[in-house]
Design a binder for this molecule. Structure first.
Ligand code: NAP
Ligand code: ZN
Length: 335
């Protein structure tokens, strides 16, 4: 069956209308009628083939909210008509040590939602039922879509790495970053936002940040040196990371979730003396996504979104590329 979608036909191209072939759901899959899909910066990396893994035509989109309209023969958990969300991962092997221990995001046979298969910039998609997570009542669907990638990607490291109230910095206040500010705040942390866009300060404070540092001002950065326990980097471009390591107190951690590209060059002396760590984090498991959605529903955490219809997708992508989105672009599919 052919489904209307928007696709990039080559690296860095604009998206054009595309008829995507979608097979019937496999035994453990569901077919989803998509209502909304957020635009993650990873979609831009994929369109541009920044990671050398893109295949064209490429239908991006992995922050999907929609309704189950067909179920495979072995689907047990999901029913027709349920509202579900799908993030970056649409399937995994189910048998490796990572899948068996509830860390499916580490499966070496993970199936990304929009690499080698059509993603969410389309009217319908397919996902394994384990990766189609029911959306709790009370969450606005369009604004909840970005939780499926941006939300889980920041919730997962915050919940694993920072178990006790701490001073947390969030670098880059975009799609991931503005959700990190909200999650870190309701987790009881003192949140410092670090941004290269001074105009983001008022909204970022409203979302829960108690301090805001303009990263383009070296003196503002220096005044915060040695003050934070945990710094979560959500930017999508390489920076000089030395000042960010200097923000950390003894035993502090700099965690990368942004696909910044390029090597991370840090003088070893800055790590040894104060026992600082540098680490990374990848998405989150279906179990963690369910936990994150429950916390989001309890505290009314959703993305601050700018919505556009699917046929304005290129305009929406431009707003992400030029860092104009406040804070997440969300595409609405035709009813
Ligand atoms: P986004 O909405 O475009 O936000 C990125 C933010 O980074 C921007 O708003 C900007 O914040 C800052 N930034 C961008 N370019 C910069 C530059 N040249 N210098 C300084 N700051 C810059 O992107 P996103 O959707 O949040 O995604 C962020 C990154 O996370 C992407 O690389 C994406 O691929 C990655 N990601 C990783 C995972 C994972 O599992 N690890 C999952 C999802 C996404 P300010 O204006 O506040 O400075
Ligand atoms: Zn993403």
């Amino acid at each position: 069956m052919s489904v209307p979608s928007f696709a990039a036909l080559s690296a860095k191209s604009i998206l054009t209308t595309h008829a995507t072939e979608l097979p019937d759901p496999g035994p453990t899959q569901v077919k989803i009628r998509i209502h909304h899909c957020g635009i993650c910066h990873s979609d831009i990396h994929l369109i541009d083939n920044d990671w050398g893994m893109s295949r064209y035509p490429l239908v991006p989109g992995h922050e999907i909210i929609g309704t189950v309209i067909e179920t495979g023969s072995q689907v047990t958990r999901l029913k027709m008509g349920m509202v579900v969300g799908v993030g970056w991962q649409a399937g995994s092997c189910g048998t490796c040590e990572w899948c068996q221990s509830g860390q499916e995001q580490l499966c070496q046979r993970s199936q990304p939602t929009c690499v080698g298969r059509p993603g969410g910039f389309a009217h319908e998609t397919l996902a394994d039922e384990r990766f189609a997570i029911p959306i709790p009542d009370g969450l606005a669907q369009a604004e909840a879509a970005p939780l499926l990638c941006a939300g889980i990607t920041v919730y997962s490291p915050l919940s694993r790495h920072v178990p006790k109230p701490a001073s947390v910095g969030v670098v880059g206040i975009g799609g991931l970053g503005h959700l990190a500010v909200q999650f870190a705040s309701v987790m009881g942390h003192k949140v410092t936002a670090l941004s290269s866009s001074a105009d983001k300060e008022p909204q970022t404070r409203q979302l829960g940040a108690t301090a805001f540092i303009d990263t383009s001002a070296p003196s503002a950065m220096k005044s915060a040196y040695n003050s934070l326990d945990y710094v979560l980097v959500t930017v999508s471009a390489p920076l000089d990371w030395t000042p960010y390591v200097n923000l950390l107190r003894p035993n502090g951690t700099l965690c990368f979730v942004g696909a910044t590209g390029g090597p991370i060059s840090i003088p070893t002396g800055l790590l040894l003396g104060r026992q600082r760590s540098v680490t990374g984090s990848n998405l989150g498991s279906p179990g963690q996504i369910a936990g994150m959605l429950a916390l989001a529903a309890r505290h009314s955490i959703t993305a601050v979104s700018e919505r556009m219809p699917l046929d304005r997708v290129n305009e929406a992508l431009d707003r992400v590329r030029t860092n104009q989105a406040r804070f997440r672009m969300v595409l609405d599919m035709p009813a």
